[in-house]
Ligand binder design. Structure first.
Ligand code: DGT
Ligand code: CA
Ligand code: CA
Ligand code: ZN
Length: 582
């Protein structure tokens, strides 16, 4: 945690305890505002406090009494008022506020009248059924609390990008039908394309904010309204996902979208830059910093706010693709001009048919690739060791390759079809077919499927051996990880990328949202090594092609230029590379 985050938490704790002990709302909110002001300050607040007391008091949202507490914390690392306040409530009580749907009033009732002093105690009492009879705690309320607790526990883990995106799109569709709506976008980690999502953030503009909030509360699948006000609504879906909606006037849409897309760290960098240029940036816009506290920036006239481009331009920057907003050097070193886009992808080089564990015949798979506008598809069914996936032995592979070539001939005017294999990389680094079998194919993806708990050094050697194999084009899902479920191998990716670059072998970003393997940080290492990258959906059926955007987002997060992505090459260039391995 940064020092600002720590200090902000002190004020948040003060606010919580004041709230629980029935202090007046004004005092509670004042502390919450200070917490937020500290968190959003681009500089270390404690340092300012020690160096320049006047400047500390000029930070919007920080008054004289909070400035004293900040100075105390900067000098001693404690705030006496916070310690004294916390001593007045049992340690587990503030944690009850984290249960969705439990506000200060209910927590106070549970604690003072029901003796519930922690989340654990709450769970136990709910199970025992001994909370009946408390004021305002009828059976329906208790059931809602019980559900909220379960959701809280179920969704402690984050959900996969591929699970969150369709939910977000469905909510956006609901908003699109609201009268007066202007613009809608997803924001947060979802828009940045992270592999897992904590909650879904949506930003909408329109003339009737109340109608937008009402629509979200009534959307299909919503089981709980966590909070709903004039600018923000949070709901929970039947699958335990939280969805946050913010509404703004359309002339502030860009600033709000920028703010709520994050990342927090990218926003901090932008605010620092604004400050250096004599401006102030927040979710309402970019403003001239006239040195006055201006919490009413909502009413003030911004220098830029309508579109994200406007804000970046006013800061002397080009618009930043959301996937890059992670404070990974994107403001100092502008990302590649030809950053890969989804529409660049024109080839699928890893897919399965009914010959192994796919659901479509060769021809249906080829038709689907044509429908997606691809110029090339490689059919790559499993090799013999994948018995559970109906992997092919050499004899069946020969028959299958002949069948693929028949289809290739029939479709040659529309698409290039390559006869290939996804051959297992065995534990010792050797491949699952002899060389003469591989040499008879047009295309070879080599992937690890077993022995995925190997030590990093062994994993590196194993994959290096496959990269050095002269007949291999692509290393498929190199680590074998499953997002949130299986760690997979931990090879030295930088070393693999260097070797792959030297031998013109592509490392795959498997676009399936369960895999996203390589992951974003690995792609960045590939780019630095100048290594080729393949982005494939590993399709086992027609719908799997829809996962492509997740792979592209992952590649963009790794700063992949289209020029290094073999699937983005035109047919001639791709085929020249394919043939160079034969
Ligand atoms: P997640 O939901 O954990 O996957 O990650 P994010 O990035 O979606 O985080 P979230 O949902 O908490 O907030 C969405 C964005 O809103 C975040 O990326 C930056 C912005 N934001 C939210 N709260 C704060 C805050 O307290 N301070 C600052 N600076 N930015 C915030
Ligand atoms: Ca989020
Ligand atoms: Ca959120
Ligand atoms: Zn595979």
């Amino acid at each position: 945690m940064s020092r600002n985050a720590e200090l902000a938490q002190v004020f948040a704790e003060i606010a919580d305890v004041l709230d629980l002990t029935g202090a007046n709302a004004f005092r509670v909110n004042a502390h919450r505002k200070v917490a937020r002001a500290i968190e959003e300050c681009g500089e270390d607040v404690a340092t300012i406090a020690l160096a320049d007391p006047a400047r500390l008091r000029s930070i919007p949202g920080i008054g004289d009494s909070s400035a004293h507490k900040i100075e105390e914390w900067a000098r001693t690392g404690r705030v006496a008022e916070r310690d004294e306040l916390l001593a007045t409530v049992p340690t587990g009580v503030p944690g009850l506020l984290q249960v969705p749907g439990l506000g200060p009033k209910r927590v106070r009732t549970l604690w003072q009248e029901g003796g519930v002093d922690s989340v654990d105690a709450l769970r136990a009492r709910l199970t025992a059924g001994t909370l009946g009879g408390l004021p305002g705690m009828g059976p329906k309320t208790l059931k809602a609390i019980e559900d909220a607790l379960r959701f809280m526990e179920a969704s402690r883990g984050r959900v996969r990008l591929g699970e969150a995106m369709p939910v977000a799109m469905a909510f956006a569709e609901v908003l699109r039908r609201v009268p007066g709506v202007k613009r809608i976008s997803h924001a947060g980690s979802l828009r940045r394309g992270r592999e897992t999502i904590g909650d879904i953030d949506l930003v909408a503009s329109g003339t009737d904010h109340a109608a937008l909030h009402a629509a979200i509360r009534a959307a299909p699948g919503v089981v709980q309204v966590i909070a709903s006000g004039e600018t923000k609504t949070s709901v929970r879906t039947d699958r335990g996902l939280q969805v946050d909606l913010r509404t703004v006037d359309d002339d502030r849409f860009g600033a709000a979208l920028l703010y709520f897309t994050g990342s927090k760290e990218h926003n901090v960098r932008l605010r620092e830059r604004a400050q250096r240029m004599g401006m102030r940036l927040n979710e309402y816009g970019l403003f001239t910093d006239d040195g006055e506290a201006a919490p009413q920036d909502r009413g003030a006239i911004p220098l830029a706010a309508k579109d994200e481009e406007d804000v970046y331009r006013a800061l002397g920057l080009r618009w930043m693709p959301p996937e890059l907003r992670e404070d990974h050097g994107e403001l100092e070193r502008h990302p590649p001009e030809d950053l890969l886009r989804i529409e660049d992808i024109r080839a699928e080089l890893h897919c399965h048919t009914t010959a192994s564990d796919g659901t479509l015949e060769i021809e249906a798979m080829v038709q689907e690739a044509v429908r997606r506008g691809f110029h090339t598809i490689a059919i790559t069914d499993h090799s013999r060791s994948q018995a559970q996936a109906n992997g092919l032995d050499a004899a069946r592979l020969a028959t299958h390759a002949a069948a693929i070539r028949e289809v290739a001939k029939a479709w040659s005017k529309r698409i290039t079809v390559l006869a290939g294999s996804e051959v297992d990389i065995l534990a010792d680094g050797s491949l699952d077919y002899p060389d003469e079998v591989l040499a008879a194919l047009d295309f070879v993806v080599a992937s690890p499927h077993s022995a995925l708990r190997a030590e990093p050094a062994a994993a590196t050697e194993r994959l290096l051996a496959a990269i050095r194999h002269p007949l291999v084009h692509v290393i498929g899902h190199p680590t074998g990880r499953i997002v949130g479920a299986r760690e997979g191998l931990s090879p030295d990716i930088a070393l693999l990328a260097k070797e792959a670059a030297a031998r013109k072998v592509a490392l795959e970003v498997n676009a399936n949202a369960m895999r996203l393997d390589l992951r974003d940080s690995h792609v960045r290492l590939c780019v630095e090594a100048g290594c080729l990258v393949a982005i494939d959906t590993d399709a086992h059926g027609a719908g799997d092609f829809d996962e492509l955007p997740y792979g592209v987002a992952t590649a963009r997060r790794g700063w992949l230029p289209a020029s290094l992505c073999v699937n983005a090459w035109d047919r001639d260039r791709l085929l020249a590379w394919v043939r160079s391995k034969r």
